[in-house]
Design a protein around this ligand. Structure first.
Ligand SMILES: Nc1ncnc2c1ncn2[C@@H]1O[C@H](COP(=O)(O)OP(=O)(O)O)[C@@H](O)[C@H]1O
Ligand SMILES: O=C(O)C1=C[C@@H](OP(=O)(O)O)[C@@H](O)[C@H](O)C1
Ligand SMILES: [Mg+2]
Length: 189
């Protein structure tokens, strides 16, 4: 039997959770899995999970796409900065950010001060495939999604590289990504 993707027995999850005194904040490009992996990572650590985009949508009573359409990106980033500041204060276990949040210098500084930033990274083909499944990302509607993702990867790379932890997740199942993050965290703590 292939055990490669079973939850890792070698990582002491309770030990990691007890040593973590700040929220884990997932950053990285659209489609890398911040939202879906973040939820599972929180479960693995027995902590709560919150998604910044969902919180922005609740606060604005509008979808991310509607906010971009009605007010533009700069307005969205202002709201995103405020929401992430609040989430960091509330002290959640795992916070998934939207892909552009950590590129904003103020948001990045706050996250680095009050949380532990985890940069999730994977190959471009995987990002293109995953983001093509749902039409909810306004930045990918303005042209060829692959080209846009190539450019964003290049532009945002230096900001993401400031994260305390870097995890390359690959295109395997979610559990494999959670295990990789837990291993990197255990090494970092
Ligand atoms: N191994 C995996 N890691 C991350 N996402 C995956 C994986 N396999 C499938 N997906 C899917 O890819 C899509 C994009 O993931 P999502 O969590 O929304 O990314 P992000 O929040 O970083 O934009 C989701 O539908 C998710 O379920
Ligand atoms: O990369 C970006 O600038 C964005 C990423 C999206 O979140 P995900 O990374 O969760 O898709 C969402 O915040 C918005 O569409 C803008
Ligand atoms: Mg997301």
């Amino acid at each position: 039997m292939n055990n490669a993707h079973k939850p890792s027995e070698t990582v002491d999850r309770a030990g990691i959770a007890s040593r973590l005194d700040r929220p884990l904040v997932l950053v990285g490009l659209m489609g890398v899995g911040k939202t879906s992996i973040g939820r599972r990572l929180a479960g693995a650590l027995g902590r709560d999970f919150v998604d910044a985009d969902e919180e922005i949508e609740k606060a604005a009573d509008r979808s991310v796409s509607e906010i971009f359409e009605e007010h533009g990106e700069a307005y969205f980033r202002d709201g995103e900065r405020r929401v992430i500041a609040r989430l960091l204060e509330e002290g959640h276990g795992v916070i998934a950010t939207g892909g552009g949040a950590f590129v904003d210098p103020e948001t990045r500084a706050l996250v680095l001060e009050k949380g532990v930033a985890v940069w999730l990274d994977c190959d471009l083909d995987t990002l293109v495939e995953r983001t093509s499944r749902r039409n909810t990302r306004p930045l990918l509607k303005t042209g060829d999604p692959r080209e846009i993702l190539v450019n964003l990867k290049e532009q945002r790379g230096p900001a993401y590289a400031e994260a305390q932890i870097h995890v390359v997740t690959g295109d395997g199942p979610h559990d494999a990504a959670v295990n990789r993050i837990l291993e990197e965290l255990a090494a970092w703590l």
